[in-house]
Ligand binder design. Sequence first.
Ligand code: PLP
Ligand code: COI
Length: 343
Amino acid sequence: MSKLTPETIDWSNLGFSYIDTGARFRAKFTNGAWQEGEIVSDNTVTMSEGSPVLHYGQACFEGLKAYRTKDGEIQLFRPDQNAKRLVKSAEQLLMEPYPEDKFVEAVKQVVQANEDWVPPYGTGATLYIRPFLYGEGDIVGVQPATNYTFAIFVTPVGPYFKGGLAPQDFLVTDYDRAAPQGTGAAKVGGNYAASYLAGKEAKDAGYADAIYLDPATHTKIEEIGSSNFFGITKENQFITPKSPSILPSITKYSLMHLAETRLGMETIEGDVYLNEIDQFVEAGAMGTAAAITPIASITYHGEKHVFYSETEAGPITQKLYDELIGIQFGDVEAPEGWIQTVK
Ligand code: PLP
Ligand code: COI
């Protein structure tokens, strides 16, 4: 098969898969300091067989997107927030954090180097940006690395869940992805390896993904394998789970702000009991990859609960989507500081 190029790719039919764009960013932490990063072409990495990332999962990552605007500019959505969260994730695993200002600079550098891969406005596609950090070196004991690599690759993507704004069915799983006092709030590799089995069982059974319950009592909705959960009540409230073991989603905090300031909604982070989901007239998944995906239904132990509709997005979900996506693609005015342009 011939290699995809920005000239041959079908932007409107992209899924969420890896495409080698030819340019990525790499920086090394050695001898106690971050070395100057650079753009390289090789998409492989080499490291010592003793590297803690290989044995003990000393790795964390981020996910953000570059958007092409109507007038051809390229913009990033709140990259400073990803920079901050990567520092937090790194600290949880005793890794050397990559400095926040250098993170944003590196993101801009790698997007610029892959400028032609930023999908055209109007296709709905974006350039997904995957920064990651891992520990390496000649180590065998259970201890943190002294050497690290910070890297970023990019890949053009379409919707994470098939069909974009088409409502999706989810399966509530009995597995836990992270412990209450564990790493759930950090974006660390191990959380995702721990979610493979639940995700596979859900997908094999025809669902879009798994929904996790709180690991301590299994009575409250936590989050989805790749995104946070929200529900809308008929009292115009936006309710989303509060838990130490879910990822603090940048999309969630952005939507809460927009729901309050632009849609006049009340927003609540709190307990979302599974036996109280009748209160929601609409529900959705939110995240960078997922954007806003309406939840058609959730199924728990064979019982299916349908929210607004199995075929259409609800009106509030649609409004939230229009506001957020409008901001990201430059069609709607953004709150101060949310957008950074690449060039
Ligand atoms: N929850 C999980 C488990 C995720 O992987 C993601 C994706 O990053 C999110 C939530 C959403 O976070 P964000 O909105 O920052 O992308
Ligand atoms: C993201 O939305 O960036 C994620 O990390 C979700 C998933 C692809 C792991």
